[in-house]
Design a protein around this ligand. Sequence first.
Ligand code: ADP
Ligand code: MG
Length: 703
Amino acid sequence: MATRGRIAAARTTPLTPDSPLTAFPGVGDAMAARLAQLGLQVAEDLLFHLPNRYEDRTRLWTIGSLTPGIRAQLVGRVERADLKFGRRRSLLVSLTDGTGRLGMRLFHFSRAQQRQFVSGQWVRVFGDVRPGPTGLEMAHPEYKLVPGPEDESVTEDALTPLYPLTQGVTQGRLRAMIARAMDHLLTQVDDPLLGESFAGLPLPALHEAITVLHRPPVGSDVNLLASGYHPAQRRLALEELLAHRLSLSDLKRRAREQLRATPLRLDRAVLQPLLDGLGFTLTGAQQRVVGEIADDLAREGPMMRLVQGDVGAGKTVIAAAALLAAVRAGHQAALMAPTELLAEQHAVTLQGWLAPLGVEVLLLSGARKAQERRQIEARLESGDALLAVGTHALFQRSVQLPKLALVVVDEQHRFGVHQRLALLDKGADRYPHQLVMTATPIPRTLAMRAYADLDTSVLDELPPGRTPVATIVLDQQRRDAVIERVAAACQRGRQAYWVCTLVEISDQLDAEAAEAAAERLRADCPQLRIGLVHGRMKPADKQRVMAEFKAGGIDLLVATTVIEVGVDVPNASLMIIENAERLGLAQLHQLRGRVGRGSESSHCVLMYQGPLSQLAKSRLAVMRETTDGFRIAERDLELRGPGEVMGTRQTGEVGLRIADMVRDADLLDAAEAIAVGLGERSDDVRRVLSQRWVAGAERFARA
Ligand code: ADP
Ligand code: MG
């Protein structure tokens, strides 16, 4: 009785956009919980739960017009039905409509079913057309016996939507709920962009877009819908991107207002002594970025800046300037690197620049002895030492930096938003300024989600005198010829890297492979001075080898991918990468960036072990065609998709429901233009749209 009363009540309560789903007939708490799995919480959500496919039952095909690969509906007459005994027993029903012949093949069927298909019986079928042994076939189509060929009632007046489902939620159920939501809510949905010109794009209004996507009228272009480029789909994708854009700038503004940082001065008095000792002058781009950082640091609110600059663009000196500003003000600063080797290199570089200015640089690495570590940590905790360089070791709980005012993170792509968050409880009572540096250009669509909290500076100019690296792709079988060329180049005073790669990510195996390669090269080229560096070596040994290479005491440095980031030896102008097909584009680009740093023209040889997969072929072709990091990153995104580019961790943070990173990248400009054009109305529009599209993002952008 009680149940009946509740359902009756539900029928009479008018639906509003924020009605709970239990307001729908027959939906109880259990069903609501299942729908929540699909991200559906309130009635309006149903309107934005879009089909991922459509079926066209609006027309009947003739058999003669069918081609393999399409999904079609038609009516045909049974000619005969035969049992076939192939690998699997099947029933083959031959249908004709006067224009051709179609086989309908059933693998599971009852005697009763078999008896239905008497010669002359009319059947309506709907299914996938594919080639069979004796002509076109449909395997297990939906079928229905009909009285005759003129069965007009079978066709529908709109394409049939197929919705994403979850356990316990059927197509029929969703279609019914969505139809009801359409009937009651369509006129109530808030369209804050009504009358907007969409930056000149010919896009429909919200109501129209929703209607078209749930009930595409007869004649709608199924292929266009499948591609995601239908104007109705673009209308919603644009709205979603705009929602993110608006809510992020709002969050950024609020973070600025709420968080306190220590204002730092990066003025002439601080900067000039550093510049005087460099031995080069900053490029225009470097000066501009240092200026942007100086402005950020001077504020009460924390700097949150991402510096993007291709490999070799000169990011380290920019970091040095910012670090110096903190130390000069008597505060602590930390530089974080993704690998031990890079941390060590940075420590050496910074020491070279900052020690003459009386600044001590402490290297805190995971590989140090426990006692040494404790000493360093104690000095940082007491505030006696100000500048720390390290890897993720800096994140460990035991490290306290009570006067921390600035954190620089180098090669950002290895650090996630969560790791940046961990910096918050490093002991300081103020939020540290954050400077993030990356050589991996992040396509804008990704940057928007994964680095939403950061302003961006672009270092778009390389230091003078660099020559582009010529890249050659060769089969591993040509190894001997390559070795000959390397040996000859080294005899002429050039230095080279020989990079070994492995499938497994294991320091142990990597090290063994590099050792074996070094042995072989030593045997092949006794006249060369060959060094070896890999991740299993003690830091001091690695550093010694790197120093020797830098000083010219080693001709050919055999290395694992530990040299991927940051290593800087300008005289090295040749790089050989073995099994280059195993590496991703970002990694190859990083590696190649180790050469082409001096004035000598540089070469990179990518050796591969055939046969190559299509993906590997495309990657190597990209590397041969361009040295432009942005171009490479965009291609990487196209080839692999955003989840993989960012690592699984960030995939969820990219989290767009309708817009697609690659496909809809061009809509970002439109979203930007609309956001700017909204002016005063911006807050109202944001409230509506972020409620609809961005729920949950608040947490995220606190990073
Ligand atoms: P990345 O941006 O890849 O971190 P680095 O900071 O390692 O680049 O700089 C690459 C090399 O270029 C280093 O040897 C560095 O000292 C040098 N360099 C940086 N800026 C300049 C400049 N303005 N003029 C000449 N050389 C520079
Ligand atoms: Mg660097």
